[in-house]
Structure formats: C-alpha cells, structure tokens
Design a protein. Structure first.
Length: 754
C-alpha cells in the first residue's frame, strides 16, 4: 500500500507539472515564398527569460504528400531571451540576417507543415513528444486543428496567439524578419489584399520579381501606328530595376537595357511608357497578347484583348481591364466609356452555286442594318453546325449558321487536318443557314476522320471540329450543343434528339429558351454537377437568390434544385439584365476556382421567367466545425451566439467554432449585440482570412432563445477553470498522501521502538 502511494506521489511531483509549463520558444513567422521561388524563411522567438540551447534540436518540414525533410541546428546554436532566430533558405535575398542557412527543403505555397523538434531524429507524426511547436498551412499533411491560410507571394504567416489551432493563431501580413510582427492588414486581410490585387489576371504573379503590372496599352491610335504604346506601372513600395526585363507580343520581343532605354529604374507608383518606335512591337487591332518577363524569364504580367476600338486605350481599373476614350500615357488612368454603337446596312447576296436554296421566311427579320466589313467585328455568331463527309450521293457539304439578329458578311476561311486552307466569301442574313458544297471547296472531307477549322475574315479561329470515321449517309451534327452522328438536315435546325451520357446514364438536353448552337464546348449542367465535375464551360438554368448589385458589383448568387453557386462578373462590358429574387435565368459561362470555391464567370445572361414563386432553394443546417470545401457556395443555416459585432461583420459561435458573418449592403438591420442568439441562413465562402457566411437577406437572420449549448469561448473558460480545479484536487491529494505517508512512517518507527 505504501509503495503504491509513493509511486503516485512521485508521478504527480515529477511528471504532472510538465504539462502546466508555458511554451517558451515557438515558430513566430514564416515566409513561404517572396520575390523568388526559394525566397523563404522560418523565424523563431524565445519568450522566456533564459537562453535556450538549440544544439541538439532540428527544424523539420513535411510536404503536403507526407514526405519529411530535416535540418539540424549547428553546435553552439542558441536563442537569447526575448530574441529571434532566423532560419533561411540559402537563396533568401536577405540572408545577411540569417542565423542558420539551409538547402534541405523548399516550402510549398500549396501546403506544408513545419516542426520545431527537441532532437535530431525524423519525426513520425505530430504526436511525437519532442515536437515543441508545429504550423501547417494550405493542404498540409498535418496541422493543429485547422491549417492556416496560405499567404500570397511576398506575404507572411505571423503568429498572434497560441491556442493550438494554426488557423486561429496565424494571420497574413508583410514580412518582418528578426523584428516584431506587423499588425494584421486592416484587421481583415481580404479587404486589403483582394481589392488591391484580385482584378489582375491570374497569370501575372508579379510579386515574384517586383510588383509590375501592364497598366495601359494603346493598340489602335487614330493617326499613324507609330503612336502605339505599352505602359507599365510599379505598384510596389520600392524602386525596381528593369534591366534585362522583356516586353513581348506573339511575334516580337523587346529587352530593356540601359542602351535602349533612357532609364531602367522605375520608382514606387511610377509609370514607364514604351512606344512602338523604341520596341518595334506592332500591336494588332484584331487580337493580341502582351507579356512582361523579369530578367529570370518569370512571367510577371500578361494582358489579352480582341477588337481594339480606334482611339481607345485598354486600362487597368478596379474592375479589371476596360477600354477608355481617354488615353493617359505616363499618368493615372481615366475611365471614359464609349456608349456609342455603330450600325450600318448590308445587302444580302444568295450563293448562286448553293444547291439548297434559302428558306428563312419565318426566321429572317427585316434587314435595315449593315456591318461594315472593313472594320474588325465579332464573328463568333457564325458557326459550323453540320458536316456531311460520307454522303449517299457523293455530294459532300458543310453547314454554317449565323446565330445573330445582325447580318454578317466577309471572306471566311476553312482548313482541314492537312493544313489546306480554302477562302470563301459568305453573306448571312440573321439566323440563316448556308451550305458550302464540295463544288465550292478545294478541300475534301476525309471519310476516315478529319479536323475542320473555321476562320473569321480577320484570321481569328472561330471553331475547330474533329470528327471520327464517318458512317455512310450520316452527318456530324451539333444537337443540343453536343456533336454526334445523325440523319442529315441541311439548312434546318438539327434533329432534336437526346444524347445519352454513358458515364451517368442520363440524358443531356439544352434549354429551350437558349437558341445558341454555336459552340460545342458549352454543355448544360446542374449546380451539383458543376461543383462535382468542374467542367470548364457550362450552360446553367437557375433562379436568382441574391440579385446582381445587391451584395457587390462583382458577384451574386443563384440556385437550382441541387444547390447554389456564386456568379462572378469578370467582364465589365457584360450586359446584366435587371432581375429580382427567384427570377429564372439562363447562364453561359466559364467555371473557375477561387479560394477553393467553385464559381462561374458568365459570358451571357438571359432572363427566362420572372419570380418563380414555386422555387425553393436547397439549404441545410450545419455545425461550423463540420464545414469542408464541398460546402463552399452552398446555402446553409448556422445558429449560435454573437461574440463580436461591427457595422460590417458579426462573429457567431455555435459551440464548436466561430465564424465571421459578412453584413453586406443588402443587410439593412445591423444593430446586433454581443450575446444575441441568432440563426443565420446564408452562403458559405472562403477568403484568405478564413471562412465567412453571407446572409441571404434580412429575413434570413432570426433571433432565437438562448440554448444550453455553450460557445467555444465559454467552453474554453470552463475548461481552464476545470484544469485549475483538477490542480487543486491533485495538490490536496498530494498533501493528504504526504500526511498519510508521514503517519505511516511514524507508526512503523514507533512499532519498532516498542
């Protein structure tokens, strides 16, 4: 009995206190990637009053795939009280600050984990008792509770607390190696960083080698083309040397040197204008791509355009790149939109060699407008809709359709897989089919399969169709926006048949309200299919949940019976119809992923019907701790207690975790108080600062009676109180045990004496 008590006392005396000691050294700041690929560091901080010997310690890194890398601290390494210790990659640009340099690993912006370990043996998992501190970010293999957000290029993860949750303990800010961390940007990194950088195309990872953007280009001046120019801007806070940088288009490139440029330095906020007579780069009016590379040939900025209006420049604005009537070389951009539309008439000419006469009496409106064929236009309304390569009567043909209310004419070009190019002049009435026969074509349609491409009069590729071996008497037709073999239907709408999807054993059909047969890559999907399969191009029928412009100019939400999704406007020129909640619309767009959330960038929006009152959006109730990436964009309900309230945000704690509630301008009632119990229905989204919920409407925020479920913060306080209570109990147990032992020993001594 006595031996057991002694063992119990020894355990509490020597082992239990170790769990109560505060963490003395921790990972304080991480630069995952700066201006260059290996421009990275890990900063440690000693918060104790003692110097800590690191000689037998190591810093270890686990990639998102789980592979472990290690760098041992050198002999004599130590960190003084209240001091920093900087571990840098050998390629870090400021390695004069380094306390330890390595080339053992490279941090990944896709995800990874850093461990500070009290030995020099490779760890197996985060449960290793010698791990002093660890931080996981992005798609990390391991992390504490929730991984931290991945900072953009040039920004760091900075520690603000030590709660044991990487996401809560780190915020994103600017680098401060070996000095006190800066404050979180504006208190909300999304509002500062996203507004500053998000409109720049994804290809322009300019922070890698200095923040340079293409701020304005002038491709089609009213006078001589020698007046063309390309303007760049330094959006960094430091001067950048452009020596060795390259500006190029698809044909030519210009290298910036001190010989061909007056000055290679560009100051913070400064502009540099490169004129055609210096660069010898000719900017096409029809379409062009301009690139900027740094001296290491990293792509810094890129811009694409088509159909440059005469006398207008393309400028970078808060809404992306837009055309303006006010070019400003070397100065801040001025947006002056051109609201005029040029429309003229054309006389339609029937093709005399066409064996299929026109029959468009029901389709052709009166023609009183002409498109000037001497100017660049949008010819994408002209599409190949049917190909007959292996006819019964040996008469091969290609059917081309003008899916537009405007007449179109010009010299188009058709090319086959052999590269042979055929020019042919076509004049279309609105919504007219034209048949091009083998008598008009010098190219032959191959029965064993071929590739047919259609080019506009301005030599832009409109469409490419690849067909397999052709069955006798069948045409390759665009039906419900899908190409398939079918009975021929020259100069008519292709047979309305359903095409079976072999993967899903379902039938895919196109919305009856959308007449566009012009592009094969767009297929009708549900929102659930879009999020699951992530196709690139989609057609979607859905109902408005939050109308355009209610939350912001750049995005709104729609839903169908399978879920909801964000529609993000990337083109300023896109015409957005006036809509109300539950209006049914048809969207043609491109799918993209932003902050792990699947979204749609629309290219066309049409209203099908007004206020579908029978429509009920799909929604569900969820705990904050159960949220994962598949929930992003969905309409969900969360109930909890308000822990903080501002004019723009609430913080709601449901007992499992806390989430930010974004009170956008469509929410009128913002008089919420700390302690209010609310149930909020809204859309889940993810920003660089974490998860947030955007309420559906004022009606979607409802007061509830307080529940017995305690908030996460309250639970934490209770847990701390319990720990103190347990400590008191253990202390009392030790004290009583000591008294018992003392009495036991006295009794034995007394017994021996007697």
């Amino acid at each position: 009995m006595g031996k057991k008590i002694v063992k119990l006392i020894l355990f509490f005396v020597f082992f239990y206190p170790s769990f109560l000691f505060a963490q003395e050294i921790y990972i304080n700041e991480i630069l995952i990637q700066g201006e260059y690929a290996n421009d990275e560091y890990i900063e440690l901080f000693n918060s104790s009053l003692d110097t800590i010997d690191l000689s037998e310690w190591s810093i270890q890194y686990r990639s998102k795939s789980g592979k472990i890398y290690k760098k041992n601290f050198p002999k004599g390494a130590s960190i003084l009280p209240s001091n920093f210790y900087l571990i840098t990659h050998k390629d870090y640009t400021q390695n004069h600050l380094s306390d330890m340099v390595h080339s053992s690993f490279s941090l990944s912006n896709k995800g990874g984990t850093i461990y500070l370990v009290k030995n020099q043996t490779l760890i197996e998992s985060k449960s290793d008792v010698d791990i002093v501190d660890m931080v996981g970010w992005g798609n990390a293999y391991e992390y504490l509770q929730t991984p931290a957000s991945t900072p953009p290029y040039g920004y760091t993860l900075n520690r603000k607390s030590s709660t044991g949750n990487n996401k809560k303990d780190f915020y994103i800010s600017t680098p401060t190696p070996k000095s006190q961390n800066t404050e979180q940007l504006g208190g909300d990194f999304e509002s500062t960083y996203d507004k500053q950088l998000s409109p720049i195309p994804a290809e322009s990872d300019f922070a890698r080698s200095g923040k340079i953007i293409i701020s304005e280009i002038f491709p089609n001046p009213a006078g001589k083309d020698i007046q063309e120019w390309i303007e760049i801007k330094n959006v960094d806070t430091k001067t950048i040397d452009l020596t060795g940088w390259i500006i190029k288009d698809l044909k030519k490139e210009f290298k910036i040197t001190s010989k061909n440029s007056v000055n290679t330095l560009i100051n913070p906020g400064g502009f540099y204008v490169f004129y055609k007579d210096i660069t010898n780069i000719s900017l096409n009016n029809s379409s062009e791509t301009v690139y900027i590379y740094d001296k290491n040939k990293n792509l810094i900025s890129k811009i694409e355009y088509s159909q440059a209006p005469e006398g207008e420049s393309l400028i970078f604005s808060e809404d992306g790149y837009v055309w303006t009537l006010t070019p400003t070389p070397g100065k801040e951009n001025i947006y002056t939109p051109n609201f005029e539309k040029k429309e003229e008439t054309i006389s339609y000419k029937e093709d005399k060699n066409n064996p299929y006469p026109s029959d468009n009496q029901n389709k052709t409106p009166s023609i009183d407008k002409e498109i000037n064929t001497d100017e660049e236009k949008d010819y994408t309304s002209v599409q190949i809709t049917e190909i007959m390569p292996n006819p019964d009567d040996d008469n091969e043909w290609i059917e081309i359709y003008n899916n537009s209310k405007q007449a179109v004419s010009g010299e188009f070009k058709i090319k086959d897989a052999s590269g042979k190019l055929q020019k042919i002049t076509l004049s279309f009435k609105p919504y007219e089919y034209i048949i091009i026969t083998d008598k008009q074509l010098s190219i032959s349609l191959n029965n064993n399969g071929d590739i047919i491409s259609l080019f506009s009069p301005s030599d832009n590729m409109i469409q490419t169709i690849s067909y397999p071996k052709a069955p006798k008497g069948q045409s390759y037709a665009l039906i419900n926006n899908i190409w398939n073999w079918a009975p021929p239907s020259p100069k008519q709408e292709n047979a309305s048949i359903l095409i079976k999807d072999e993967q899903k054993d379902t039938e895919v059909s196109m919305s009856a309200n959308y007449k566009n047969n012009k592009n094969t890559k767009y297929i009708q999907y549900t929102i659930e299919d879009i999020k699951t399969n992530q196709p690139e191009y989609v057609l979607l029928t859905a109902n408005i949940l939050i109308p355009p412009r209610e939350i912001a100019k750049s995005y709104f939400y729609v839903g169908d019976r399978t879920g909801s999704i964000q529609i993000k406007i990337k083109k300023r020129s896109l015409k957005i119809p006036d809509t109300k909640k539950y209006d049914k619309i048809f969207i043609k767009g491109k799918v993209f992923i932003e902050n792990s959330e699947v979204k749609i960038s629309p290219q066309n929006i049409e209203v099908i019907s007004k206020e579908d009152k029978k429509f009920t959006p799909l929604q569900y109730t969820i705990k904050i701790s159960d949220i994962d990436l598949s929930d992003l964009g969905n309409l969900v309900s969360i109930a909890g207690e308000v822990t903080k309230s501002t004019k723009s945000y609430l913080y709601l704690d449901d007992g499992s975790e806390e989430i930010k509630i974004y009170l956008a301008k469509h929410i009128k009632n913002k008089n919420f108080k700390t302690g209010d119990n609310l149930k909020i229905t809204g859309f889940l989204s993810k920003t660089v600062s974490g998860l947030r919920l955007i309420p559906l409407s004022d009606d979607a925020i409802n007061y509830e009676k307080p529940k017995k479920v305690l908030g996460a913060k309250t639970q934490k306080i209770i847990k701390e109180k319990k720990q103190n209570y347990y400590f008191i109990i253990i202390f009392v147990i030790i004290l009583i045990s000591g008294i018992i032992i003392k009495q036991y020993l006295h009794a034995r001594i007394y017994k021996r004496k007697n």
